[in-house]
Design a protein around this ligand. Structure first.
Ligand SMILES: *[C@@H]1O[C@H](CO)[C@@H](O)[C@H](O)[C@H]1NC(C)=O
Ligand SMILES: *[C@@H]1O[C@H](CO)[C@@H](O)[C@H](O)[C@H]1NC(C)=O
Ligand SMILES: *[C@@H]1O[C@H](CO)[C@@H](O)[C@H](O)[C@H]1NC(C)=O
Ligand SMILES: *[C@@H]1O[C@H](CO)[C@@H](O)[C@H](O)[C@H]1NC(C)=O
Ligand SMILES: *[C@@H]1O[C@H](CO)[C@@H](O)[C@H](O)[C@H]1NC(C)=O
Length: 804
C-alpha cells in the first residue's frame, strides 16, 4: 500500500464520520453552503465598492484595476487596467516613495448618471480621475489613444493607505481627503460642478486638526414633506486631534460634521469656504466602567423607517486610544440627536480671559444654519448674502459645545472590528412587536460576526471566518437580503436574512431574540409561528444561560497550547481570572494558554451581564492540571456516560494514531523517514501568531520522536475546535473564534480528493451524514462528545497535505 493511499484511507475512515459532530458544536459556523466566492486572480488592494442596484453589477476599485463583478452570476469578471506609465512611477520613486505605493490605487468610483463612472486613483502620488464607459466597460480615450484624465487633487488622496471618504449628492461629488503630496493639508470639499461653487473647509486647526476621515452620508430632505423648506445636508464622520483640551498627550476625538448642499461660500469673509461647517463631538461611553471609545473606525447609515430621512441613524464602530488590549464598541446616534446638538450652543475656542467670562454673543441669522424658507423670506436666499459678522463668528466657532452621546450597544475585547452593516427586523414577542437590530461586523482578521440587539440585550449569533486572517474586511454592502463582503483580495456574497442562517441548535437558540426556533424534527432553524414551549428551545440553549459552569479538568503537559473557550453572549465584555503567568493570550473571549510549570490552576471566564446589578457571571471554568510529559491525555468527568464517550474517543484516537503510525513506518521504511513537509508547520505558525509563545521549529519526523500528544507543537487544544488546517482534517475542528485558516469550507477546491462536499451553494453532504442518520442515540452521543472540550481539540488529525 502506498503511504498516500494509506493515509487517505485512514482519513476517510476516521475523519469523515467525526465530521458530523461538528454540527453539534456551539459556534461552529462553516457557512459553506451559504457563501459564494469570486475568483479574483491578480486583483490586489481592493478598496472601493460601487454597486449598480438595478443590474447587480459590483464595480471594484483595486490597484491599477477596475473590476466589474456580476453579483447575480458567477461569470468571469471583466477588468479594466489603468496603470501608471513607467517614467511616472520612476519619478515617484525618486521622490522617496516605495515602488508599491507608486501604482494607481483606485479609491473612488461613482456613477455620473450619464452612462459613465467617475474613477479616481492615486496615480503615483499625483491623483487623477478618468471616465469609464459602462456599456463598453472601458476607459474613455482621447484621440491620441491615451486615457482621458483630469486632476484628482482634492478628490482622491495622494497616498494609497490614507483615510478618505467621498459621497455623491445630487450628481455633485463631496470629499474629505488630504490634498497635498506630503499629506499635511486636509479638506472637506465640493469638488465637481460649477467652478465657483467648488468650496472647501478653512485651513485652520479649529476646523480640522489632523483628521482621519471615515465616512460620509448625504441626507436628503423628504421631497413631499418639507414644510420649512429645509436644505439637504451632507454629514462627515472622522477622528481628529482635540484642540479643545490643552493636554500633553494628543487626545483623539470622534466627530460628526455637517455642511449644507446649497452653501456656496461667503462674499468677502469665507470666500469659497463653507459657511455652514459645524462639527460636534461623538461620545461612545460605557456608563458602567466610564470607559470611553474615542477612535471612530466605520459608520453605517440606516433609515429606521424606510423612506423617512428623519429616522436616519448612524451606527459607528469605535476603538479606544488608551486600552492596551484590543477592544471594539458599537454606538448608534440618531440624526435627531445630532441636529439638536448642532442647534445648541457653540464652543468658545479662543481662550482669552475675556471670552471665558462673556462668551461672544451669537449673531443673527444663526451662524452655520442651512438655508430654509424662513431665511429666504428674510432675503438670505444665498450664503453669499450672509452678513460678515455672522460669517466671522462661523469661522471662529465651528465646534458645538455639546456632544452627541451614546452608550455602546456592544463592547468586545480581543477583537478589532473594521466595518459594519446593519439590518433591522421586527419580532413579535407575544403581543408586543419588538425591533431587532442585527449588526454584521467585519474584523481585521477576515471574519464576519453577527450580533443581534433587541432592546438592551445583545447576543452574539455567529462568527464566520470568510478570509485568511491576514485579510481585514474592508467593505460590507447589503443588497437584496445578501451581504457583499470584501477584503483587499477577496469578495464573497452571503445571505443575511432568515433563521435558516443559523445551522445549529445552539446558534439557533442564540437567535431566539430574532424569533428563531430550532425544530428538532427537521433539524433546522425556522421562524417561530406560535409561542413555543420552553422544551424545544432550552435543550441546546441552556448551557449558555447558566452562570454556574461545571469546572472542566484538563490534564495537560507542558509545551502544549490550550484554547479555553468562553462564549460572550451579552454586549458587556468578558474577562479571565487565572493563576499569574505570562503565557496567555486572548482571542476574542477565548483564552489561549501555553502550558508551562506556572499554568497549574483554575481559569474562570467572567462576563458582565447587561442590565444586571449582579456580580459578573462566570461563563466557563477550567482547571489545568500539569502532567508529567506522558503521552496520555485524560479526562476526569463525573458522569459515567461521558466517561464512555471519552472511552470511545480514545478508540478513535488510538485507531487514528495506529493507522498513522503504520503509514509512517511504512513510509520511513520506504523513504528513509524524510517525508515531512515544512509548509504544514509554517501554516500552523500562521494560525497561532503569538508574541509570547515562540514556536519551536518542527522536527523532521513529527510522528515518531515525541509522544503523540505533546509534539503537536503547532496545533492547539481547543474547545470550539483546534486550529488545524482544513487539509489536515481541519474542518473537524473548524473554529469560531481566534485566528482561523482561510481554508475553511469556502475554498472547496483545495480540499483533498475523496472528501465529498457540496459546492458553495449546494447542500452539505458526505459520508459524515451517514453517522448522524444512525439515530437519536448517536445524536446524544454527538452532544456528549461536543461537551468534551479536550477531546474535541485533541490533535487527532496528523495528516499531512504533502503525503496525499
Ligand atoms: C460608450 O461607448 C460607446 C461605443 O463607443 C458609445 O456609443 C457611447 O456613446 C459611449 N457612452 C458614453 C456614455 O459615453
Ligand atoms: C497593497 O497590497 C500589498 C500586498 O500585496 C500590501 O503590502 C500593501 O500594504 C497594500 N497597500 C495598500 C495601500 O493597501
Ligand atoms: C420600532 O421601530 C419603529 C420604526 O422606527 C418605531 O416606530 C417603533 O416605535 C419601534 N418600536 C419599539 C418597540 O422600539
Ligand atoms: C433582556 O434580557 C433580560 C435578561 O436576560 C430579559 O429578562 C429581558 O426580557 C430581555 N429583554 C428583551 C427585550 O429581550
Ligand atoms: C498542581 O496543582 C495541584 C493542586 O491544585 C497539585 O496537587 C499538583 O501537585 C500541582 N502540580 C504541579 C506540577 O505543580
Amino acid at each position: 500500500m502506498k503511504p498516500a493511499t494509506c493515509l487517505l484511507a485512514t482519513l476517510l475512515a476516521l475523519c469523515l464520520p467525526l465530521r458530523s459532530w461538528t454540527a453539534a458544536l456551539p459556534g461552529h459556523e462553516v457557512a459553506s453552503f451559504m457563501v459564494t466566492q469570486w475568483e479574483l486572480d491578480d486583483v490586489a488592494n481592493i478598496s472601493t465598492f460601487l454597486l449598480d442596484r438595478e443590474s447587480g453589477i459590483l464595480y471594484l476599485g483595486a490597484r491599477d484595476m477596475i473590476v466589474a463583478v456580476d453579483t447575480t452570476n458567477k461569470l468571469k469578471s471583466p477588468k479594466i487596467v489603468w496603470n501608471v506609465p513607467e517614467e511616472k512611477s520612476k519619478s515617484c520613486v525618486t521622490k522617496g516613495k516605495t515602488e508599491a505605493d507608486c501604482n494607481n490605487y483606485i479609491r473612488l468610483l461613482e456613477f455620473l448618471g450619464d452612462g459613465r463612472i467617475y474613477a479616481c486613483g492615486t496615480y503615483a502620488f499625483d491623483p487623477q480621475c478618468a471616465f469609464v464607459n459602462i456599456s463598453t466597460f472601458s476607459l474613455e480615450k482621447l484621440e491620441d489613444g491615451k486615457e482621458k484624465m483630469e486632476t484628482g487633487k482634492g478628490k482622491c488622496p495622494f497616498e494609497p493607505s490614507q483615510h478618505y471618504t467621498a459621497v455623491m449628492a445630487g450628481g455633485i461629488l463631496y470629499t474629505a481627503t488630504t490634498s497635498n503630496f506630503l499629506g499635511t493639508l486636509f479638506d472637506i470639499s465640493r469638488v465637481t460642478g460649477i467652478e465657483q461653487e467648488r468650496i472647501r473647509t478653512e485651513r485652520s486647526i479649529n476646523w480640522l486638526s489632523d483628521p482621519e476621515f471615515i465616512s460620509s452620508a448625504f441626507i436628503q430632505e423628504d421631497q413631499k414633506n418639507n414644510p420649512t423648506g429645509e436644505d439637504d445636508k451632507i454629514y462627515f464622520f472622522f477622528t481628529e486631534v482635540a484642540k479643545e483640551y490643552d493636554l500633553y498627550t494628543k487626545v483623539k476625538v470622534p466627530r460628526v460634521a455637517r455642511v449644507c448642499k446649497s452653501d456656496v461660500g461667503g462674499m468677502k469673509t469665507l470666500q469659497r469656504r463653507w459657511t455652514t461647517f459645524l462639527k460636534a463631538q461623538l461620545v461612545c461611553e460605557d456608563r458602567g466602567s466610564r470607559q470611553r471609545f474615542n477612535i471612530l473606525t466605520d459608520v453605517f447609515t440606516k433609515q429606521h423607517t424606510p423612506g423617512d430621512p428623519s429616522s436616519t441613524h448612524f451606527y459607528g464602530i469605535f476603538t479606544s486610544q488608551w486600552e492596551r488590549e484590543e477592544m471594539s464598541a458599537v454606538c448608534v446616534y440618531s440624526l435627531e440627536d445630532i441636529t439638536k446638538v448642532m442647534d445648541g450652543p457653540f464652543k468658545e475656542l479662543k481662550k482669552t480671559c475675556e471670552n471665558w467670562m462673556n462668551p461672544e454673543p451669537v449673531p443673527t441669522p444663526r451662524p452655520g444654519q442651512c438655508l430654509n424658507s424662513a431665511l429666504k423670506a428674510e432675503g438670505y436666499d444665498s450664503s453669499l448674502k450672509l452678513p460678515d459678522k455672522v460669517l466671522t463668528f462661523m469661522r471662529d466657532h465651528p465646534l458645538m459645545e455639546n456632544s452627541v452621546v451614546s452608550a455602546p450597544l456592544l463592547v468586545r475585547s480581543g477583537v478589532t472590528y473594521t466595518k459594519l452593516a446593519v439590518t433591522l427586523t421586527s419580532v413579535s414577542n407575544g403581543n408586543r412587536k419588538l425591533n431587532a437590530t442585527v449588526l454584521h461586523l467585519g474584523t481585521d482578521h477576515g471574519e464576519l460576526h453577527r450580533i443581534a440587539v433587541v432592546g438592551p440585550n445583545a447576543t452574539l449569533l455567529q462568527e464566520l471566518p470568510l478570509f485568511p486572517a491576514s485579510e481585514p474586511i474592508n467593505n460590507i454592502l447589503l443588497y437584496k437580503d445578501e451581504a457583499l463582503v470584501g477584503s483587499p483580495y477577496s469578495l464573497v456574497k452571503l445571505r443575511t436574512e432568515g433563521c435558516s442562517l443559523y445551522t445549529t441548535c445552539e446558534v439557533c437558540a442564540r437567535a431566539r431574540s430574532l424569533g428563531c426556533v430550532w425544530r428538532q424534527k427537521e433539524a433546522a432553524c425556522g421562524l417561530a409561528i406560535t409561542e413555543l414551549g420552553e422544551d424545544s428551545i432550552s435543550r441546546c440553549g441552556r448551557s449558555e444561560d447558566s452562570c454556574s459552569p461545571e469546572i472542566k479538568e484538563l490534564h495537560v503537559a507542558e509545551g502544549l497550547h490550550v484554547m479555553l473557550p468562553c462564549v460572550q453572549v451579552s454586549p458587556r465584555p468578558c474577562h479571565w481570572q487565572h493563576p499569574p503567568q505570562r503565557h496567555t493570550r486572548r482571542h476574542l473571549s477565548d483564552l489561549e494558554v501555553r502550558v508551562t510549570s506556572e499554568s497549574n490552576g483554575t481559569y474562570v471566564c467572567f462576563c458582565e451581564e447587561a442590565g444586571r446589578e449582579q456580580p459578573d457571571c462566570p461563563r466557563a471554568a477550567y482547571r489545568i492540571l500539569l502532567q508529567e510529559s506522558s503521552a496520555t491525555l485524560s479526562i476526569k468527568q463525573a458522569s459515567s456516560r461521558q466517561f464512555m464517550v471519552g472511552y470511545i474517543m480514545f478508540l478513535f484516537i488510538g485507531a487514528l494514531l495506529g493507522s498513522l503510525l503504520m503509514c509512517l513506518l511504512h513510509r520511513r521504511f520506504k523513504r528513509g523517514g524524510s517525508g515531512h513537509s515544512s509548509s504544514t508547520s509554517e501554516k500552523g505558525r500562521d494560525l497561532l501568531p503569538s508574541s509570547d509563545t515562540p514556536q519551536s521549529p518542527s522536527s523532521a519526523s513529527m510522528f515518531s520522536d515525541a509522544p503523540p500528544f505533546t509534539e503537536k507543537r503547532n496545533g492547539t487544544l481547543n474547545g470550539h475546535g483546534g486550529h488545524i488546517p482544513e487539509r489536515k482534517c481541519g474542518y473537524i475542528f473548524a473554529n469560531s473564534s481566534g485566528h482561523k485558516l482561510h481554508d475553511t469550507s469556502v475554498h472547496l477546491g483545495e480540499e483533498f480528493p475523496g472528501r465529498e462536499r457540496a459546492g458553495p451553494e449546494g447542500e452539505e453532504e458526505g459520508l459524515g451524514d451517514g453517522l448522524s442518520e444512525l439515530g437519536d442515540g448517536l445524536g446524544g452521543l454527538e452532544e456528549e462528545l461536543a461537551k468534551l472540550h479536550v477531546l474535541r481539540g485533541a490533535p487527532l488529525a496528523q495528516c499531512e497535505e504533502s503525503s496525499i
